[in-house]
Design a binder for this molecule. Structure first.
Ligand code: 2HG
Ligand code: ZN
Length: 458
C-alpha cells in the first residue's frame, strides 16, 4: 500500500481517499482537466509538511501542494496519482507586529481573512482580486498573485517580508525573517514566489502591510475605442492617484447583465468600458477628476460616464468587472491571460481581434482585464454547435498564432494566472531556451527527486 508510512506522520483524520474529496481537492479552476489523485493529506504544521516531503522522497511519490484551488492554469490539479498536500488546515493568523508593520499567516489563510485582519488592526493589505474569498495566501505566493490594484501597489512579491518553506529535499528554510535590509547574497525568498509549488511547499508567510488608503472614488466610463482607453489611462494617471484601471467590453458586460443580478450602469452603450478607481488625496482630487472627464468627453473618447455616489454603487460598478469570470463560466470559456507593455495594448489587441474575426468568425471573445498593467484576459466562448474537443483543438490553434504574436511584442503568455499545466507547452514563447534550462537546473537543486508538482510549469 503506497500510503503506508503516512499514518506514522498524520492522524487518520488527516488522510483522505474519499472519492468526493479526491474530486474536489484534485482540481482547480482549469475545469477541463480530470482529477485523479491518490489521496489528500491535511498537515497542520511545518514539521508535518517536512515529514510528508521526506516520506515522498523515500517512496518516490509525487506531491501536489494545494491551496484555495482558484488557479486557472491547472497548477493545483492532480491528474496522475499524486498525493495532494492541502494547506487548508494551516489557516491561522500567527500574529502581527505594529512596529515592523507585518502580519504572519500560515499558508492556508484566506486572502480576505488577511485583508480583514489588517483592517481590524489599522493596516491595509493591498493585493486584491475577485477570488479573495477563497484563495489562500500560500497560493498567492506560489503564483505571485496580482489582481486589481497592481498599478498602485504591485504584486504579491512586493509584500512578502518573510517565508517559511519546506524544499523538495525536506529542508525547512526561514527566508528573510522580515528584514527590511538584508544584503547577504541570493534572495531565495524571491525564487519561491511564483514558483508554482515546484521548488518547495510554502507553510508560513509574513506580509508587509501599509496604511489604509484615503477614501476611494469609482468612476465608470463608456469609451469609443481602444485609443480612448489608453489616452484616458494616461491622462488620469498624470493627475490623480489611480489605484485601479480596468477594462471590459460591451460583450463582457452583456454576459454579466445576463445573470440578472445587476443593472446596466450607463444610459448609452459603448464598445468598451473602463473602471477608474482613485484615492481622494486632497480636496482638489475630485475637481481634477471632473476636469479630466470633461476633457475626455471633448476629445470624443468618452460616450457616457458615472461616478459612484454611494459605497453600494461603487461595489456594483466593481461587480460589473469582477463578476465576468463567474458569468462566463457556464459558456465553457477557453482562457488566456497575457500581457504586453501598456503602450502596446492597442496594437496587440487590434491585431489579435482581426485574426480571430477573420479566421475564427464563429468565436465570441470576451475581452477584459487589468489594462493599466497591460494584462488582458481573453475568454473565448464555446460555440454551441462545436463539441468540447473540437473547440479545444481550435483554441490551441489560436494559441499558436497568439503566442507567436506575444513573442513578437515581447509580452508574456501568462500575466498573472501562472503556467501550470495549460500554458506549459507555450513557455518558450516568453522565456528563452537558456532561461528555461537554468530554471530546470534550479528545480533540480531544490527538488532533486522531482517529487514537487511534476509536470507543472516546466
Ligand atoms: C480576473 O481578473 C481574474 O477576473 C479571472 O483574473 C480572469 O476568468 C478570467 O479569465
Ligand atoms: Zn485578473
Amino acid at each position: 500500500m503506497p500510503l503506508k508510512g503516512l499514518s506514522q506522520i498524520l492522524k487518520p483524520s488527516q488522510i483522505s481517499t474519499d472519492t468526493q474529496d479526491l474530486q474536489v481537492y484534485g482540481k482547480d479552476w482549469a475545469k477541463h482537466l480530470k482529477p485523479n489523485p491518490l489521496a489528500v493529506v491535511f498537515p497542520t504544521s511545518t514539521d508535518q509538511v517536512r515529514d510528508i516531503v521526506l516520506w515522498a522522497r523515500k517512496t518516490k511519490t509525487a506531491l501536489v501542494p494545494s491551496g484555495g484551488r482558484t488557479g486557472m492554469s491547472g497548477g493545483a490539479t492532480a491528474a496522475n496519482g499524486e498525493v495532494l498536500v492541502s494547506l487548508s488546515r494551516m489557516n491561522k493568523i500567527v500574529g502581527h507586529d505594529s512596529i515592523d508593520r507585518t502580519i504572519t499567516c500560515q499558508a492556508g489563510v484566506i486572502t480576505e481573512q488577511l485583508q480583514n485582519y489588517a483592517q481590524d488592526h489599522g493596516f491595509y493589505y493591498p493585493v486584491d482580486f475577485a477570488a479573495r474569498g477563497s484563495s489562500q495566501v500560500g497560493g498567492n505566493v506560489n503564483t505571485n498573485a496580482g489582481g486589481i490594484k497592481v498599478l498602485r501597489y504591485g504584486l504579491t512579491r512586493n509584500w512578502v517580508a518573510g517565508l517559511t518553506v519546506v524544499t523538495g529535499q525536506g529542508q525547512v528554510l526561514h527566508l528573510n525573517n522580515s528584514l527590511v535590509k538584508n544584503a547577504t547574497g541570493y534572495d531565495l525568498r524571491h525564487l519561491f514566489i511564483g514558483s508554482e509549488g515546484t521548488l518547495g511547499i510554502v507553510t508560513e508567510v509574513t506580509f508587509q502591510v501599509t496604511n489604509p488608503p484615503k477614501p476611494l472614488t469609482v468612476l465608470l466610463l463608456g469609451v469609443e475605442n481602444l485609443d480612448g482607453v489608453l489616452s484616458i489611462y494616461q491622462l488620469y494617471r498624470q493627475r490623480v492617484p489611480v489605484t485601479a484601471y480596468e477594462m471590459f467590453t460591451e460583450e463582457a458586460l452583456g454576459v454579466v447583465l445576463g445573470q440578472g443580478h445587476l443593472k446596466r450602469p450607463l444610459a448609452e452603450k459603448a464598445p468598451y468600458y473602463v473602471l477608474v478607481e482613485f484615492e481622494q488625496e486632497s480636496a482638489e482630487t475630485n475637481e481634477h477628476a471632473m476636469e479630466l472627464f470633461e476633457k475626455c468627453a471633448e476629445s470624443g473618447w468618452v460616450i457616457d460616464g458615472a461616478v459612484a455616489q454611494t459605497p453600494q454603487q461603487a461595489r456594483e460598478f466593481w461587480r460589473l468587472r469582477e463578476d465576468i469570470s463567474e458569468a462566463t463560466a457556464p459558456f465553457e470559456p477557453y482562457k488566456n491571460d497575457i500581457s504586453v507593455r501598456v503602450a502596446d495594448v492597442t496594437a496587440f489587441l487590434t491585431e489579435l481581434d482581426s485574426l480571430i474575426k477573420n479566421d475564427y468568425p464563429d468565436f465570441q471573445v470576451i475581452w477584459f482585464g487589468h489594462i493599466g498593467d497591460g494584462n488582458l484576459h481573453i475568454n473565448i466562448l464555446k460555440p454551441k454547435n462545436l463539441s468540447s474537443e473540437a473547440f479545444l483543438k481550435k483554441c490551441h490553434e489560436v494559441d499558436q498564432h497568439m503566442f507567436a504574436m506575444i513573442a513578437r511584442f515581447k509580452g508574456s503568455i501568462s500575466a498573472e494566472h501562472g503556467v501550470g499545466v495549460t500554458k506549459r507547452p507555450y513557455l518558450h514563447f516568453t522565456r528563452s531556451t537558456d532561461e528555461i534550462q537554468l530554471m530546470r537546473e534550479i528545480k533540480a537543486v531544490f527538488d532533486p527527486d522531482g517529487i514537487l508538482n511534476p509536470g507543472k510549469l516546466l
